[in-house]
Write a protein that binds this ligand. Structure first.
Ligand code: C2O
Ligand code: CU
Ligand code: CU
Length: 461
């Protein structure tokens, strides 16, 4: 009887074990399933002081599942877009052509530019038309991104493929010796949850109660890809490009890594951790050290799902150590007498409000002065109909987090941010100062919430 119960106990444990550690979403990583590295967008301007970029927004067909095709949208391609590399101080002309049969906009998420160049809902580009904003890069090295922002259509245009990364470099990032060989030891990872129909097409599923999370993770548009690590240290620039899902990234062997940058750029010093949570719209740069792990295979995971298989080569090249100090960020100044503004987030299913108001393109909700610091208090009260968190994002600015529920923010939130996750019942205070004029959006970065009212406009002059 004892032997029998031991056998039963082991069998049950084994089944539980399998359930707690399910296999990766989608097909297993095979040789043909190498991580796709987006192209770097060509700069047509030969001068190092200026740049001219051509972006075509187009429809296409993409094969996510072998032998099957899906209708998708892309920038200069069929799904996602190239990385736009900018330098601080550079004068940039973006030439965007809309070849879709519907209107779109291109918003530079995290870029500090005047409202008229920001690509928000007021800058619709009709089918067959162009939009050509010109601006000067006026901020520190960072990993930003771009995506459509047409009122009511952002969530589906992003879902079907419109998103890409923007990298800014500056003298500080040049001088640190961090891994910076694009596609080799410095790789972009755009992570998105998606669902597919049986014919291989993308299934965008929402109902009145909210967004139905995808059952498959895409990384740079591929399912369960692998990456061959050839150097000791790997810098991963991760964007949570999902419409509504949060991810908590970790390495499958539980080892720690260094987070070196948040939304707005480098942290003051690297933060050693074994996980990093990103809400939709947020970015983090992490550097993992694989020294001594040659020949092993690890996974970058989120929860129980594999994101990226890391095949560590046996002969790793030495490369960029993470320095003890990264950038001059400083403490957010505790000034007194600042104007305080309140934002109350509320949602019900896929729609929501800020301060009880639903978005109106013809209404300015807040007005503030250029270059004047303010404290914003963002609250997400627990209500009858809602329990979820909201990633609160502001255009045209990078802010600092003063406190979360009355406590100092953790190291991962100590740098510049343009999106902050406010969980149910939480209150986050931020220090914000606009350096550019115009009309800017603030909204929940759950794209369905954004499309369905949870957005407001601020006029800075
Ligand atoms: Cu990333 Cu208003 O958006
Ligand atoms: Cu934005
Ligand atoms: Cu929301």
């Amino acid at each position: 009887a004892l032997a029998a119960s031991i056998v039963i106990f082991l069998a049950i444990s084994y089944v539980l074990f399998l359930n707690f550690f399910p296999k990766a979403d989608g097909p297993a990583a095979e040789d043909g399933n190498r991580l796709k590295i987006p192209a770097v967008l060509h700069d047509y301007d030969p001068s190092p002081e200026s740049a001219l970029f051509e972006i075509v927004v187009e429809k296409g067909k993409t094969s996510f599942i072998d032998g099957k095709e899906a209708d998708t949208l892309g920038y200069n391609g069929t799904y996602l877009g190239p990385v736009i590399r900018l330098r601080r101080g550079e004068k940039v002309e973006m030439n965007v052509a809309n070849e879709l049969p519907e209107a779109t906009t291109v918003h530079w998420h995290g870029l500090i530019v005047d409202g008229e160049d920001d690509g928000g809902p007021h800058h619709g580009i009709q089918p067959g038309e162009r939009w050509a904003p010109v601006f000067t890069v006026d901020q520190s090295a960072a990993t930003l991104w771009y995506h459509p922002h047409l009122m009511g259509n952002t969530s589906d245009q992003v879902y079907f493929g419109l998103a890409g990364l923007i990298y800014i470099d500056d003298e500080v990032s040049d001088s640190l010796g961090l891994p910076d060989e694009y596609g080799v030891d410095d790789i972009p990872l755009i992570v998105q949850d998606r669902s597919f129909n049986s014919d291989g097409t993308l299934a965008y599923r929402v109902n009145m109660m909210g967004v139905i999370p995808g059952d498959t993770l895409l990384v740079n548009g591929g399912i369960g890809p692998f990456y061959e690590v050839t150097a000791e240290r790997l810098r991963m620039r991760i964007l949570n490009g999902s419409n509504s899902e949060n991810f908590t990234f970790a390495l499958s062997d539980g080892s720690s890594f260094h987070m070196i940058a948040s939304d707005g750029g480098l942290l003051e010093e690297p933060y050693e951790t074994d996980e990093v949570m990103l809400a939709p719209g947020e970015r983090a740069e992490i550097v993992a050290d694989f020294k001594g792990k040659g020949g092993k295979t690890l996974q970058l995971v989120t929860g129980n799902s594999n994101v990226l298989e890391l095949r560590i080569g046996s002969d790793l090249k030495k490369n960029g150590a993470v320095p003890e100090r990264l950038a001059e960020v400083g403490e957010p100044e505790a000034q007194t007498g600042l104007n305080v503004r309140h934002f109350e987030l509320q949602s019900m299913g896929i729609s929501g409000t800020i301060n009880g108001k639903s978005f109106d393109m013809d209404r300015i909700d807040e007005e503030l002065r250029l270059n004047e610091s303010e404290v914003w208090v963002i609250r997400n009260p627990v209500g009858m109909m809602q329990s979820g968190g909201h990633p609160f994002h502001v255009h045209g600015v990078q802010f600092r987090i003063l406190s979360r529920n009355g406590r100092e923010p953790g190291p991962e939130e100590s740098g510049y941010k343009d999106t902050v996750f406010v969980n149910a019942g939480e209150e986050v205070r931020i220090l914000i100062r606009f350096r550019k004029i115009g009309v800017f959006m603030y909204h929940c970065h759950i794209l369905e919430h954004e499309d369905n009212g949870m957005m407001g406009q601020i006029l800075v002059e």
